[in-house]
Design a protein around this ligand. Structure first.
Ligand SMILES: *[C@@H]1O[C@H](CO)[C@@H](O)[C@H](O)[C@H]1NC(C)=O
Length: 383
């Protein structure tokens, strides 16, 4: 189909769509929204504790009716504080405030139920460490800090400087892992004391060592951080004695891309991109960077513009388009008094649409609003 027809068709269709209220919201699979990475059991237990504590907070001001006298109210308040009723209030709300990991939280809440009841019956101080009681001692999914594994073994080495400060002990704080070091990016070795491939030692004193990334042009290692310090250069770079690894401008070779493409150099690489369809060969993107105009287009100033065989058809298309705009604006006008929010939203979308469409038509060589002064507006009312 010729572009002009398509353009007109597009406008009429979208107008009909809007006028008939036929717009469908895209269907999103709700599973995608709720899916999230599984937490470890210890993390889930922490989440449950957080939620339970919010429940304590929520019910801390009591929920008691009646009690005319102050002393009576005070008494009710005291009895609610440790009551079965309050525990039920808390348990009812627990994990409900947890959006992302609600399932795991509820699962943990089930496991925790009997222990929590026991804890509650002991009339604990509310500030008592529920985390240690529940997650470490009872459900046994967590360990104290810097302990790991089934039996909460202490992580090896100096606990103030785990893995030399550049990693963490595998399983730290949980019943998982084997206590070996999981090094941060850039570090390696049993205690993360070495720099990984592609990194160099940039700082070291008796407590601390830092590894930094080699320059992006380096292949393998380097002595320092600049392109002059590379051991070797990556492909797409060439070694210069003065400057080190230098980007190769592949686009200097005019035959690098096909005839209807232009070349874009980037660090270490290049890309071939299609020329605008109004061009036959080009220096860059857009109808203003053609080497030569394509068939059916001719040079007008800087641009290659589509030859128009039929001015009348183009005018009638413009009429259709403007009528669409008028329709859209009227539709917005009808909506606006009914719902300001929706009206404004639609109004904004309509404006965006008009501007976008005009721009689209303009760059494709059709007269847009910019050419309004050349357009006989009375045509709108003559149809
Ligand atoms: C510890 O666990 C990590 C990751 O699970 C594994 O790669 C490593 O080999 C284990 N080390 C030992 C000593 O078991």
């Amino acid at each position: 189909m010729e572009f002009g027809n398509l353009c007109g068709y597009f406008f009429v269709l979208s107008f009909v769509n809007l006028a008939c209220g036929n717009l469908h919201a895209p269907i999103i699979n709700p599973g995608i929204l709720t899916q999230s990475k599984n937490l470890g059991d210890c993390q889930a237990c922490k989440l449950f504790i957080e939620s339970f504590k919010r429940g304590l907070e929520r019910t801390s001001r009591g929920k008691y009716e009646g009690g005319d006298a102050a002393w009576e109210e005070e008494k009710l308040k005291k009895s609610y504080k440790r009551s079965e009723m309050r525990l039920i209030d808390i348990q009812d709300g627990v994990c409900k405030d947890e959006k992302k990991h609600a399932v795991q939280c509820h699962h943990m809440a089930e496991k925790a139920e009997e222990f929590i009841e026991e804890w509650w019956a002991q009339d604990p101080d509310e500030s008592a460490d529920l985390f240690t009681y529940l997650c470490i001692d009872k459900i046994q999914v967590c360990c104290p800090e810097h302990h790991y594994g089934k039996d909460c073994t202490p992580c090896p080495g100096d606990h103030a400087n785990i893995c030399n400060g550049n990693g963490k002990c595998r399983g730290d704080g949980t019943r998982k892992g084997n206590g070996t070091c999981l090094c941060d990016p850039g570090y390696t070795g049993e205690y993360c004391m070495d720099c990984d491939a592609g990194y160099y030692l940039s700082y070291k004193d008796e407590n601390k060592m830092l590894c930094s990334r080699c320059h992006r042009s380096c292949l393998g290692g380097c002595r320092q951080g600049t392109q002059k310090d590379c051991v070797a250069c990556k492909s797409g770079y060439v070694f210069d004695i003065e400057e080190g690894c230098q980007d190769i401008n592949e686009c200097d070779d005019i035959n690098k891309c096909k005839k209807d493409q232009f070349c874009v150099n980037s660090l270490g690489s290049y890309a071939c991109m299609a020329c605008d369809k109004s061009c036959e060969g080009c220096h860059g993107d857009g109808p203003d960077l053609c080497r030569k105009c394509a068939k059916g287009y001719s040079k007008k100033g800087e641009l290659c513009i589509a030859d128009r065989e039929d001015e009348d058809q183009s005018d009638s298309l413009t009429t259709t388009r403007y009528m669409t705009y008028v329709g859209l604006i009227i539709a917005t006008g009808i909506l606006l008094p009914k719902s300001t929010t929706l009206g404004s939203l639609v109004g904004f979308m309509v404006m965006t649409y008009i501007v976008g469409a005009e721009y689209y038509c303009m760059i494709n060589g059709h007269s847009g609003l910019v050419n309004l002064k050349d357009y006989d507006l009375s045509q709108l009312f003559r149809t």
